[in-house]
Design a protein around this ligand. Structure first.
Ligand code: ADP
Ligand code: GLC
Length: 488
């Protein structure tokens, strides 16, 4: 099958979050199964070196509201795979310090930037990659299904299926109605059942309404977003999609996230050597972060965008109480200045016990997973979440709020689950500081009083197959359904 995956970010080119990991991990897994995969991303020049860009293979002249934008297509391949990567190089739009904005504000021309990118994807599909299916991701490429649909009505891209994956319902890509003109689509698509949302152009809504199949990144999140609490106003539309809305749990790229081979670590370990290997990683991490090098202190790690989504309000509310126990906290993240300052303040008040690295650091993210005993992910909502899966693989026991992909990927250490050997972490169900604190105490209790059980739980997590193998297969099924729908 010829598959085109369009994403606004992808490792190792440019990344702000899990979408970048997923775009690449899925592309590699599909290519390994023998499919012909083309990954199309914007050429974010500040993050992508000239070498990484590969060769220029063509030029697109995009006429957007009489604004002639010379746009180049560069081609390269992903390391160790047959995935072809096409980079859409439009300097005035993608040579920026950020991917979507600077500080806390979005770039004012994001509609232009990502609608142009989506139009370029369609041109690439028609001229270079001729895919059977086009897979869009999130609002940035949410307009693609409508563009594919329109092409089909004009006798172009005939039989090409469209799939939209929702990685986060919180971001819609909503813009003033006049920006509809940028899309090159007829105004008929601007109606309440497709691209229009309370008088605005809503790119995610358009994708949800028009894509042949809509997926999201975990089965539980697929159910949650059909309810008002998680649907951000689009729940009725999602509900209407019925079995054309499919939840597929993200996999892990085990070439990148693997404690046995991880290039960011100085010590390596597997499930069998976890008890000797992890303490070495823990001591190096404590040293690197200026924490007291103490084996007995229970070290919690957290690597995250610092936003309301990630449960930082619970952590801020209970940090002082948690730090009464013999624990250490290692944070790495960027985001909301309010949370950045709260973490800096904790570090200042608990020298040697709390470390807050404010920034983006891929290597440190890996070392935190490897060196921490436990991992905090008390997200308010979480479509899938990758870090809890990385922490399972690295033997850092996850503590999670049971929503979305966290619910689907962690099995609570209840006595029953411990007994039957399936427990992998600690969960709490009510999003409340006290419920979170109780979960922390359960974890501390296990670590301090039942270390054998702790080790068994960590080893169970490490022994799971969290790779893309299974989920990539599910995507192939979805692609087949989308192609069938496009042909019928
Ligand atoms: P989300 O996509 O909502 O941010 P995920 O858990 O799916 O959450 O994925 C987050 C990804 O981004 C992980 O690979 C994580 O390691 C990475 N990440 C987040 N913040 C940072 C940071 N400050 N430095 C390095 N990596 C980070
Ligand atoms: C989003 C979600 C996260 C998910 C990631 C990749 O950023 O917040 O839960 O893992 O996308 O799908």
């Amino acid at each position: 099958m010829r598959i085109l995956i369009a994403s606004s970010e992808a490792v190792p080119f440019a990344k702000t979050g899990g979408l970048a990991d997923v775009a690449t991990g899925l592309a590699k897994a599909l290519a390994a199964e023998g499919h012909d995969v083309c990954l199309v991303i914007p050429c974010h020049r500040k993050f992508i070196s000239e070498d990484q860009r590969g060769e220029v293979i063509g030029e697109l002249n995009m006429d957007m509201r009489n604004f002639d934008l010379r746009t180049y297509i560069c081609r390269t391949t992903l390391e160790n795979s047959n995935v072809e990567v096409l980079l859409i190089d439009q300097q005035s739009f993608f040579d920026r310090k950020g991917l979507y904005g600077s500080g806390n504000s979005d770039y004012p021309d994001n509609a232009e930037r990502f609608i142009l990118f989506s139009r370029a994807v369609i041109e690439v599909a028609k001229t270079v990659s001729r895919p059977h299916v086009i897979h869009a991701n999130d609002w940035q490429t949410g307009i693609l299904p409508a563009m594919v649909h329109h092409e089909r009505t004009q006798g172009r891209l005939a039989g090409t299926g469209s799939v939209l994956t929702i990685h986060n319902m919180a971001f819609h890509g909503q813009f003033p109605a006049w920006q509809m003109e940028l899309t090159g689509l007829p105004w008929e698509y601007f109606n309440w059942q497709q691209l229009e949302y309370y008088g605005h152009l809503n790119l995610l809504k358009g994708g949800i309404a028009v894509a042949d199949i809509v997926t999201t990144v975990s089965p539980t999140y697929a159910r949650e977003i059909c309810r008002p609490e998680y649907g951000y106003g689009l729940d009725p539309l999602l509900l209407k999609r019925g079995d054309s809305l499919v939840g597929i749990l993200n996999g892990v790229d085990t070439e990148v996230w693997n404690p046995v081979t991880d290039k960011h670590l100085t010590h390596h370990f597997c499930a069998d050597t976890f008890e000797t290997g992890k303490p070495l990683c823990k001591a190096s991490l404590q040293e690197e972060l200026g924490l007291d090098v103490r084996r007995d202190a229970l070290l919690f790690g957290m690597v995250s965008r610092l936003t309301d989504q990630k449960g930082l309000d619970l952590i801020s509310a209970k940090a002082d109480e948690i730090l009464r126990a013999d624990v250490q906290l290692a944070f790495l993240g960027t985001g909301d200045p309010h949370y950045e300052n709260a973490l800096r303040d904790l570090q200042a008040r608990y020298p040697g016990r709390v470390s807050a690295t404010i920034g983006f650091d891929e290597g440190l993210a890996h070392r935190i997973e490897a060196g921490s005993d436990a991992y905090l992910m008390p997200s308010r909502f979480e479509p899938c979440g990758l870090n809890q899966q990385y922490s399972l693989i690295y033997g850092a026991m996850p503590l999670v709020h049971s929503v979305g992909g966290l619910e689907d990927s962690v099995i609570d250490a209840s006595e029953e689950n411990i007994e039957s050997g399936i427990a992998t972490g600690i969960k709490f169900t009510s999003y409340h500081p006290d419920a979170f604190l109780e979960a922390v105490w359960r974890m501390v209790g296990l670590y301090v009083h039942r270390r054998n059980v702790w080790n068994q739980i960590a080893r169970t997590g490490m022994s799971q197959d969290l790779s893309w193998n299974h989920s990539a297969q599910r995507y192939v099924e979805v692609y087949c359904r989308a192609i069938d729908a496009a042909r019928s």
